[in-house]
Design a protein around this ligand. Structure first.
Ligand SMILES: Cc1ncc(COP(=O)(O)O)c(C=O)c1O
Length: 384
């Protein structure tokens, strides 16, 4: 069966060039990057080259990059590395759980957390950030691009507010990397998280940019790896892959790859809106990353549509999290004002560098009939 993978915000396949870059570091160049002999020197040099590449993608110095095990660890290191009991933190209701649940933990440690609401387009208002500031505010953590809607937050404005108030600013850029130009100086953030597997590197590797002068309390205690900011022997092959993927992500803005992804996404959206009734694009009026589309198909259970499409070879996802057997409507979509029913009826389509026009054609060929068949089973749809 022909298959199309359109769930690249969940994870992306390794690009062949990334695998090729990583390969020597499994068997031939296996040294511990902390060893002083030849083997260690080889892998140390590879790690430092990768650090330069990741810094190039983020617009920061190589020394500001801390390699981690992924987006979740980067977010946790940024938050727990800065905040202490008694501090106040500002975040938003639509963050990834790597941030939201870290903030919940902060609350149980005696911190206060303000969860800012979003408007109907899922945008955080910089004015709300300003108003939420308190004398004991230590950290603002607002994501750059949302994993469900793709909405890009006004991070530059929030960064300016944070700088003026002398408060640390962290942004989770896991879903922005490679999709929107990143420049930590323009954003004005002190901390920025990325994850390898969202940009065609390996799962289980990521980075946190820690601006020079930011005193970070480490989360892991051990050796003085990563300038004493993250203990543990480096995942050399993973880091080398992240470096290569960062170079390719950066190149995507000028070699047409990002533009091609945007074209595919836009064609997908236009065709769905034209060929299927009672549908709409969530956050269509907000700035969004070019690869993501969140679309509601009223009178349909999103999970049922995901399963039906999967049976026909197309992989997409809902924004919903499945907990204890009950499908909770997405916290992102409900925060932007969607009813629980419409949130449950929403699907996320996300495109990656490996996708072709044929992948989108396959989806568009089967989607109208699949939606129609599921709606036939809906008593509400049949009444209207
Ligand atoms: C916005 C965002 N932040 C953080 C993460 C967590 O990243 P990782 O899977 O590398 O731990 C994800 C992954 O889905 C994400 O989309």
């Amino acid at each position: 069966m022909r298959r199309a993978y359109l769930d690249n915000n969940a994870t992306t396949p390794l690009l062949p060039a990334v695998l090729e870059a990583m390969q020597p570091y499994f068997i031939e160049q296996f040294g511990n990057a902390s060893s002083i002999h030849h083997h260690g020197q080889q892998t140390r040099a590879a790690v430092e080259r990768a650090r330069e590449s990741v810094a190039g993608l983020l617009g920061c110095r190589a020394s500001e990059i801390v390699f981690t095990s992924g987006g979740t660890e980067s977010d946790n290191l940024a938050i727990f590395g800065i905040v202490q009991a008694g501090d106040h933190v500002i975040t938003s209701a639509i963050e990834h759980h790597a941030v939201l649940n870290a903030c919940k933990r902060l609350e149980s440690m005696g911190c206060e957390v303000t969860y800012l609401p979003v408007d109907g387009q899922a945008l955080v208002s910089p004015e709300d950030v300003k108003r939420a500031l308190r004398p004991n505010t230590r950290l603002i953590t607002i994501m750059m691009a949302n994993n469900e809607t793709g909405v890009i937050q006004p991070v530059n404005e929030i960064g300016a507010i944070a700088a003026e108030a002398d408060v640390f600013f962290h942004t989770d850029a896991v879903q922005a990397a490679g999709k929107a130009p990143l420049d930590v100086k323009a954003i004005g953030c002190d901390l920025l998280s990325i994850s390898g597997h969202k940009i065609h590197a390996q799962q289980g590797v990521g980075a946190l940019c820690v601006r020079k002068g930011t005193l970070l309390q480490p989360m892991l205690y051990g050796g003085r790896h990563e300038r004493a900011r993250r203990a543990g022997t480096e995942n050399v092959a993973g880091i080398v892959g992240l470096g290569k993927a960062a170079e390719m992500a950066r190149a995507g803005f000028s070699n047409g790859e990002v533009a091609k992804i945007r074209e595919l996404r836009d064609r997908l959206e236009h065709t769905v809106l034209k060929t299927i009734d009672s549908v709409g694009v969530n956050s269509a009026g907000a700035p969004r990353v070019p690869n993501t589309s969140s679309i509601y198909f009223d009178y349909i259970e999103g999970e049922a549509l995901v399963i039906a499409l999967d049976l026909k070879g197309v992989a997409v996802s809902t924004g919903a999290a499945c907990s204890s057997g009950a499908i909770e409507p997405s916290h992102v979509l409900t925060a932007m004002g969607l009813s629980a029913d419409r949130a449950r009826a929403s699907l996320r389509f996300s495109i990656g560098k490996q996708n072709t026009s044929e992948d989108v054609d396959l989806l568009l060929a089967i989607l109208p009939e699949t939606v129609a068949r599921l709606r036939e089973l809906s008593p509400v749809y049949n009444k209207i």
